[in-house]
Design a protein around this ligand. Structure first.
Ligand code: LAN
Length: 729
């Protein structure tokens, strides 16, 4: 196939594979919708030149110049921004890889397979390359996430992906992965979601899956365990899953499936009695074991589904669930909440409305938004991007550096502001109560407006960034007062009774619902929780807003802030730390929590909480002056050092100490020096260990952090500790 430059590359040291021509890949971002394109003809190539950001993400030399060596910390921050400004896309945001989880690609590829959606050849080559590059270097399997140990979930599903994409079962990579899978006991030990995907492609029996009855959506809303109260990611995944579980429809058997049925198991497929394996889960896969209550519920619901559920109720429930699936598609312009429910909804619509329906055509487009191309190949991102989130942090880093009026950064900032303006959500979902949606008019989502899901801290960071920039002389005023107030209105609907803020919605049910957590591989997935990170983002946004608009809902804002700071104090651990749910881990949460304390004037010299926070962080500083946290901190809920210091953890820890106005500059300066030493000549920082996490067990990359929080830390240090300026709080 001469479409690809077939170069023999050595991926993962051992295995030669083909590679596409990297000079032909282009990243396009239209109003936040980011997609990768492989240009096949020379005319296309001539019309669409490769940019610096394309090259950067593909690992091609960008040719960016070495900058004059920084002679001060502020100049180093400037250099960082000079570099980072080159990665901004024309629509104003900083698209980047958002990989890590290894269970997303299988859903996307299986959705293509089941719906007969062609997979572009260039994708096939590069997804294969990615999976080869990311196979466990010793045993050849895949885990829950890129840094994890091989599991049945990761290995069985990614093996299926390789086979769908055309890899021969005798290929050494396939052989090695299969051996690993068999060592782990074979695909029978897949966790619940794995069993589901395998059942869809007819490589597992539906009767071997613990039930996901759609009828639960017909229960009265006041019931404390009604699915509308679950955490949105859990509820939207199980929503679509329940529909397909109820249909029990699988892809017709063909040669590939016949072959997979033999490859995935250690026993003869025909001999497997799937109904006996509902609870068979490989021990290495289990993070959250079943509770006895869940086991009992599963037994009852199996009987219910097989024999007791009246037909009329079943078909009523299916219709109801399908209506919710369609609403989800429409409310999100077919982006859907994330990369698990997007392919699920796609398949549900395909099964129900057929291959030529409008819904299927739209899904065939939006599913592309999750794909990302990098030097290792093509992967699935954890969301349809990090657009709003990372754009907000960049703006705030520039604000901390007090460089918002610098002429050389004007275009970048105005473009970033335009992006945030464009991506503020302007309308609530139609009939939002019927689809159990949170108020969203005025909110920002994590990725883009089209996706349309309010996130408490994305709204807060978006609002802060807009307000801060719009107060800068010379900046256009794009978001008017009313729209800032709308954002505040949304946040004020979201405080929990403990004073904290959760992610997408206020808590709708108690943590006891984790007893019904059936996913096996994730912890804390059933309901919302209050998080110090989200809480800090909201209170700092409210406080900033209160400064600009002192009369708007003043009493409520004052109350909200007071209660929220109390929450932050309440969840501080005895050792002075906070557990971070979304970044790794205690350094991340420490950065936020100390900012909340600073907001109410609590610093090292006048607050016990602040002092304990500093002491905790200082006790973790490494020999070289940096901080480095292993992702095992998140898993084990205790601080675990990475073997090396990390620029991102170092920046977070330094920011935390500066938030607390830690009086001795020496330890902070050592951290700052480390950031300086690791900065490259062109202003960038290089990728180190993975930065983010969700559901305690799954890691996720935030590659922009290394270029943003470093700049912020340098700027804060320069302004506050070197120039002696008052901090913003
Ligand atoms: C994210 C990414 C962003 C993150 C922050 C804004 C950082 C956080 O402060 C609030 C929660 C949020 C929005 C978040 C929630 C869970 C997400 C969407 C993710 C970690 C990215 C991927 C993850 C999602 C659940 C992945 C799909 C997996 C399932 C278990 C359905």
């Amino acid at each position: 196939n001469n479409k690809f430059l077939i170069t023999m590359t050595t991926v993962n040291k051992a295995t030669p594979s083909s590679k596409t021509d990297y000079t032909r890949w282009r990243l396009k971002s239209e109003r936040g919708r980011q997609t990768w394109h492989y240009l096949e003809t020379d005319e296309q190539l001539a019309a669409w030149p490769q940019t610096v950001y394309d090259k950067y993400h593909l690992g091609i030399d960008t040719g960016l110049p070495t900058l004059p060596e920084a002679t001060s910390n502020l100049e180093a921050a400037r250099n960082g921004l000079r570099f980072f400004s080159k990665l901004q896309l024309p629509d104003g945001q900083w698209a980047c890889e958002y990989g890590g989880p290894m269970f997303l690609l299988p859903g996307i590829i299986i959705a293509h397979y089941v719906t007969d959606t062609p997979i572009p050849d260039a994708w096939k080559v590069e997804i294969t390359n990615y999976l080869i590059a990311r196979a466990h270097p010793e045993d050849g399997g895949w885990g829950l996430h890129i840094e994890g140990e091989s599991s049945v979930f990761g290995t069985a599903l990614n093996y299926v992906v390789l086979r769908i994409l055309g890899m021969d079962p005798d290929h050494p990579v396939a052989q090695k992965a299969r051996n690993r899978l068999h060592q782990l006991g074979g695909a029978l030990g897949s966790p619940h979601w794995g069993k589901f995907w395998l059942a869809l492609i007819n490589c597992y029996g539906w009767e071997g899956m613990n039930p996901v009855p759609p009828e639960m959506w017909c229960l009265p809303n006041w019931l404390p365990f009604h699915p509308w109260r679950w955490w949105i990611h859990c509820r939207q995944v199980y929503l679509a899953m329940s529909y397909m579980y109820s249909l029990r429809r699988s892809h017709p058997v063909n040669d590939l499936i016949r072959s997979l049925r033999e490859e995935l198991y250690t026993q003869d497929y025909a001999s497997i009695q799937f109904s006996k394996h509902r609870n068979t889960v490989a021990k290495d896969d289990i993070y959250h074991p079943h509770s006895p209550i869940l086991d009992v519920a599963n037994e009852i619901l199996t009987v219910w589904g097989n024999w007791a559920c009246p037909k009329f109720l079943q078909s009523y429930a299916r219709k109801h669930v399908y209506d919710l699936i369609c609403r989800e598609d429409e409310n999100t312009e077919y982006c859907d909440l994330g990369p698990v429910n997007n392919p699920l909804n796609f398949i549900a619509r395909f099964f129900t409305e057929g291959p030529d329906s409008d819904a299927v055509a739209r899904h065939r487009e939006t599913i592309k938004d999750f794909m990302w191309m990098k030097h290792e190949g093509m992967l699935a991102n954890g969301t349809d991007g990090v657009q709003t989130w990372d754009t907000s942090f960049l703006i705030q880093a520039v604000v901390e550096c007090e460089l918002t009026t610098e002429p050389e950064f004007q275009d970048m900032l105005i473009n970033a502001l335009r992006f945030l303006e464009d991506h503020q959500i302007r309308e609530n979902c139609p009939e939002m109560d019927k689809c159990y949606r949170q108020q969203r008019k005025g909110a920002w989502a994590f990725s883009k407006r089209q996706q349309g899901y309010t996130v408490s801290d994305c709204t807060a960071e978006g609002l802060k960034s807009v307000m801060l920039l719009q107060k800068t002389p010379g900046m256009p005023q794009l978001v008017n007062d009313r729209r800032c107030m709308d954002a505040v209105d949304v946040m004020l609907t979201m405080q929990n009774s403990d004073g904290g803020f959760a992610s997408y919605e206020p808590i709708r049910a108690g943590p006891w619902l984790e007893h019904l957590n059936a996913a096996e591989v994730f912890g804390k997935i059933m309901v919302e929780y209050s998080y110090p990170e989200c809480t800090t983002a909201v209170v700092t946004a409210l406080a900033l807003f209160r400064g600009y608009y002192p009369d708007y809902r003043r009493r409520e804002i004052d109350e909200t802030i007071k209660k929220a700071v109390r929450f932050i104090k309440n969840v501080q651990r005895p050792d002075g730390s906070w557990y971070g749910a979304w970044g790794i881990c205690f350094t991340y949460a420490g950065m936020f929590a100390t900012e909340s304390l600073a907001l109410t004037g609590e610093h090292y010299n006048n607050s016990d909480n602040s002092r304990r926070a500093c002491e905790f962080l200082l006790s973790k500083q490494m020999e070289d002056g940096g901080w480095g946290e292993s992702y095992m901190s998140s898993v084990k809920e205790e601080y675990i050092h990475h073997k090396n210091s990390q620029v991102v953890n170092t920046a977070w820890a330094c920011i935390a100490l500066m938030n607390a106005r830690y009086p001795d500059r020496e330890p902070i300066e050592r951290g700052i020096r480390l950031l300086r030493e690791r900065q490259q000549g062109n202003g960038e920082w290089l990728q180190e260990a993975i930065e983010g996490v969700f559901n305690k067990s799954c890691m996720i990359s935030y590659p922009n952090y290394k270029n943003v929080f470093t700049v912020k830390a340098l700027g804060m240090f320069a302004r506050q500790y070197e120039e002696g300026k008052a901090p913003r709080h």
